[in-house]
Design a protein. Structure first.
Length: 389
């Protein structure tokens, strides 16, 4: 998938007129941030995500008109500002983002603000790696992110793939609920199609992380996936075509979502593929060959009491978070010593494809009474996910 010969700064399929519209949005966002945060406290306002990489989404109408398809992912870096003041700015920026979203027509998301002094020590993650190599500074120090570490995408830890598979898996769960509720309307179908494609991309990106082939560019990821398309996991699941179609959807979405029947059929296929990738990609380094759900339950990651990367400070933090967010119901020391997100990883197969856990195991992992029914299990899962995703 090669980039078309179009001179677009923010997108793959846009045009100069559409770029000017996005540029005007950036001026509006920069102006709103500078009005909310005093100049002496503001180091930079940065556009990340697809538009920051020059691969933002476009919806093209039959008349050739163009509209934004993805959110604006914004990052704000402050000067040497006390934590309490930054938290105050974060509250203000959430309100600013909401107002801007109503004006612009898409969500304007501000992540938590960070002092610029932390930039040289930002850990290697998919988010920081993507931002380093794909961003546009719309206000402030144009050289600010040159202070980021020299990241190597081949060193991105597999835990990043776990987080991605969790969040894209939740999107697939929500799409399933839309289908079950018969959401055959434009908004419902668009939600279903978008989350199916996100799940496919999440599975593929996780695969690339496991193979140490991840790249910040969507187009480059497709090329790398094509070079790996003879991998048995990809061949057996007809995955390369699914992945390239999902990336193309993200870059150039149709003006109208697919028919409900077509989406239902696609969902059934992707749901099965996601199940296979969930088990095989995440445990890539632990077990060779086909992996079963029983292998998933028994893997060391879940059954060791302490995660290998956690020091004493991390363990104490984990205990505190578990006590505050989970409590002592159906207490398990194993889960209490781990970061609460591991409870979600362990539980995800239950929600994605109805995996059957040994009696009491799922309830203990989520810290709920063994008599809680399926609705209560789901409620607890989502409460933890909203807090720890």
């Amino acid at each position: 998938m090669r980039k078309p010969e179009i001179n677009s700064e923010y997108t793959v399929y846009g045009n100069p007129d559409f770029d000017r519209k996005i540029g005007a949005d950036m001026e509006k966002i920069a102006r709103a941030v500078t009005e909310a945060v005093p100049e002496e406290d503001l180091a930079a306002v940065i556009l990340g995500g697809g538009y920051g990489r020059g691969e933002g989404g476009v919806t093209v109408g039959e008349d050739g008109s163009m509209a934004l398809f993805n959110d604006y992912d914004m990052f704000v870096f402050t000067t040497n500002v006390p934590r309490k003041r930054r938290k105050y700015y974060d509250v203000i920026l959430r309100e600013v983002g909401h107002k801007l979203g109503e004006e612009i027509g898409i969500d304007v998301d501000f992540g938590p603000s960070l002092n610029r002094g932390i930039i040289p020590s930002l850990p290697l993650s998919m988010m920081w790696y993507d931002l380093k190599f794909g961003h546009k500074i719309i206000y402030g120090d144009q050289d600010l992110l040159k202070r980021m570490p020299k990241y190597d995408s081949a060193a991105i830890p597999i835990w990043e793939a776990w987080k991605l598979m969790l969040n894209r898996g939740v999107g697939l769960m929500l799409a399933a609920e839309k289908i079950e509720n018969g959401a055959d309307n434009p908004a419902g179908r668009e939600f279903i199609e978008r989350n199916i494609c996100k799940a496919v991309m999440g599975a593929g990106d996780s695969f690339l992380v496991a193979k140490r082939q991840y790249h910040f560019s969507y187009l480059e990821r497709v090329e790398r996936m094509e070079k790996l398309k003879d991998d048995p996991l990809l061949v057996e699941n007809d995955f390369f075509e699914l992945y390239s179609n999902a990336v193309n959807y993200k870059l150039k979405a149709p003006a109208e979502p697919a028919e409900f029947s077509a989406l239902t059929a696609l969902f059934s296929k992707v749901e099965q593929v996601y199940q296979v990738f969930l088990l095989n990609v995440l445990l890539n380094d632990e077990k060779n060959g086909e992996i079963s759900f029983n292998d998933y339950l028994k893997c060391d990651i879940f059954n060791n009491y302490i995660f290998s990367g956690d020091g004493l400070k991390d363990i104490l933090k984990n205990i505190t978070l578990n006590f505050l967010e989970v409590g002592l119901v159906n207490f398990s020391l194993k889960w209490f010593l781990k970061y609460p997100r591991w409870r979600l990883y362990f539980s995800l197969p239950y929600f994605l494809y109805g995996a059957e856990y040994p009696k009491g195991m799922l309830h203990k992992a989520l810290g709920i009474n063994s008599k809680v029914d399926s609705d209560g299990i789901r409620e607890k899962f989502f409460r933890l996910w909203r807090r720890f995703n």
